[in-house]
Write a protein that binds this ligand. Structure first.
Ligand code: AR6
Length: 172
């Protein structure tokens, strides 16, 4: 996993081409990482988001990053976890893939993901990490951009899950 990096940090501090926002379908802000991204970017981010007409679960949309140190924000909407019987796994993979597709189309070198859906949306963290790692690895194998991806964990539990899954003995 040479081109996949693990960090435990506030994603709004990263100087990358794009950070991914775990947004909701309105794209008009909320709590969690979405709230921090809007707070740090300033009110012009909300003004741009108001023109986007929301976003479906599993899809993604691009904006500027305003006061953030990164260049762009990719807003994606992960699924709410309802027990796993309504396609949540596929929708989470779609959210990662749609974000990567935007990075590909814009030739972004490095993008950073938070642990989409594992906060307020209650997606099981280990399963979410497995889906995220598989989706990102598959995409990087088949596309020239992005060149590298950062998994920017925040809580200790997610950090330890990624550390375990990314350790050499777990790589296939
Ligand atoms: N940097 C990186 N990761 C963070 C940060 C940060 N500064 N702050 C929190 N996280 P959540 P969701 C992690 O709830 O589950 C919002 O209200 C956090 O530890 O932000 O996709 C939206 O508007 C967790 O692992 O997103 C939606 O309504 C991860 O970010 C809803 O929450 C995701 O937690 C989306 O829920």
């Amino acid at each position: 996993m040479a081109n996949i990096q693990l960090l435990q940090e506030d994603i709004t501090q990263l100087h990358v081409d794009a950070i991914v926002n775990a947004a909701n379908k309105s794209l008009l802000g909320g709590g969690g990482v979405d709230g921090i991204i809007h707070r740090m970017a300033g009110p012009r981010l909300l003004e741009e988001c108001q023109k986007l007409n929301g976003c479906e679960t599993g899809q993604a949309k691009l904006t500027l990053a305003y006061k953030l140190p990164c260049r762009f924000v990719i807003h994606t909407v992960g699924p709410v976890w309802y027990g796993g019987k309504i396609g949540e796994e596929q929708l989470l993979a779609n959210a990662y893939r749609s974000s990567l597709q935007i990075a590909y189309e814009n030739q972004f070198s490095t993008i950073a993901f938070p642990n989409i859906s594992t906060g307020v949306y209650h997606f099981p963290k280990e399963l979410a990490a497995q889906i995220a790692l598989k989706t990102v690895s598959d995409f990087l194998l088949n596309h020239s951009f992005p060149e590298s991806v950062i998994f920017c964990t925040f809580d200790q539990e997610n950090f330890e899950i990624y550390e375990k899954l990314m350790s050499p003995k777990n790589e296939q």
